[in-house]
Ligand binder design. Structure first.
Ligand SMILES: Nc1ncnc2c1ncn2[C@@H]1O[C@H](COP(=O)(O)OP(=O)(O)O)[C@@H](O)[C@H]1O
Ligand SMILES: [Mg+2]
Length: 346
């Protein structure tokens, strides 16, 4: 049994390697960006890669490579079920609707005229999103029809940068300044404007579609629930940025500590089974009738934050108290279990 792991200084990979070292699991490091990558993984039973949505290279390689390797019969993390809709909110919208999960009413258009006609008739505000992005970088409140028309025309015209680094960091600094009123934050915002752009990050243009969601008012936080191996649930309560409806990326959060309604936990668990995902994080807010609705799903999430979670719920929703530590190791366990099952079936 051998696992191929794409090494990555950030994210799950470091923890996977740590786990393999401690438990004497045979692994080798893979370089996914090399031309011979398929040869590299040939002698592996499984292949694990925590892809980075900001990386230009991962954007090119990840879905192509992981799908090809899984097709060849190897167990992959992320699996096709976890990966095909990664960082793609439009895909997630189709998927959540298809499996009858509670999602926010969402509207996607691929014709400018159709979108403009709809904008004329519908109610505002609504939330405009690009299909990719994290930390609220591509999520904005559109207050009225005239603002909507501008955004629709831009979406079918010159388009939107998937990650406008200068704009993003400036907005982040301003948001931090609003929160802490610190002079250091202000100075940092100017510094970010002068910093050279990171050429490793995605910067392509998104266009020829437009995506909106109904705005769910009166949510001062979102719930970030993570389900690993369809039997362990943990997470965070993430508070909105100051004077803002967006929680993701605010950096202001509390750990969940056996304080979530069981029906929401059950929803997360059942949905992860329907989605066939062994690693899934949900962003959840509440609709005007106080029902939980899923904003988005992702197989990948920040590693370090969750390790300090003070406990987890199991598949019977019983709470297990104690810092959860290296939960990335649970992913390795699952991959090994699946690879063993596969070799027995052969
Ligand atoms: N339709 C919505 N109604 C109300 N709040 C929303 C809605 N969509 C997103 N949000 C808020 O904006 C944040 C970012 O949205 P999300 O779609 O998760 O984008 P990202 O991928 O950047 O995290 C969420 O954490 C939530 O607080
Ligand atoms: Mg989110």
């Amino acid at each position: 049994m051998k696992i191929g792991i794409q090494s990555n200084p950030r994210g799950f990979a470091k923890k996977w390697i740590e786990y393999c070292e401690i438990f004497n699991i045979d692994y080798k490091l893979i370089d996914v960006y090399k031309n011979d990558v398929i040869t590299q993984v040939k002698d592996c039973d499984a292949f694990m890669w925590h892809t980075d949505h900001l990386s230009r290279k991962d954007y090119q390689v990840a879905k192509r490579l992981l799908t090809a390797v899984e097709h060849s019969g190897k167990i992959c993390f992320p699996s096709i079920y976890e990966n095909w809709h990664y960082d793609d909110k439009v895909a997630q919208r189709y998927l959540l609707e298809a499996i009858d999960a509670p999602l926010i009413p969402s509207y996607v258009f691929f014709e400018e005229k159709e979108a403009l006609d709809w904008a004329e008739e519908t109610t505002w505000p609504k939330v405009f999103k690009l299909t990719g992005g994290a930390g609220s970088s591509n999520v904005n409140l559109i207050k009225d029809k005239s603002q909507a028309k501008k955004i629709i025309q831009k979406s079918f015209g010159k388009g939107h940068s998937i990650f406008d680094q200068r704009k993003y960091f400036l907005e982040e600094r301003i948001s931090k300044y609003k929160q802490d009123k610190s002079f250091v934050s202000l100075v940092k915002s100017f510094y970010h404007l002068l910093k050279p752009l990171n050429k490793e990050w995605v910067n392509h243009i998104e266009k020829d579609y437009v995506y909106f969601q109904d705005f769910m008012p009166n949510n001062s936080y979102d719930l970030r629930l993570v389900v690993v191996n369809q039997n362990r649930i943990f997470g965070l309560k993430r508070y909105n940025r100051k004077d803002d409806f967006r929680a993701s990326g605010s950096g202001n959060m509390d750990f969940l500590n056996n304080d979530v309604d069981k029906s929401i936990l059950q929803l997360a668990l059942d949905t992860s089974v329907k989605l066939k995902m062994n690693s899934v994080a949900y962003d959840i807010v509440f609709d005007p009738k106080s029902n939980p609705v899923i904003i988005e799903i992702t197989y990948a999430y920040s590693t370090s934050a969750y390790e300090k979670c003070p406990g987890y719920w199991d598949e019977n929703l019983n709470w297990h108290k104690g810092e959860i530590g290296n939960y990335s190791g649970w992913m390795v366990e699952e991959v090994i279990k699946q690879a063993k099952n596969k070799s027995i079936q052969k």
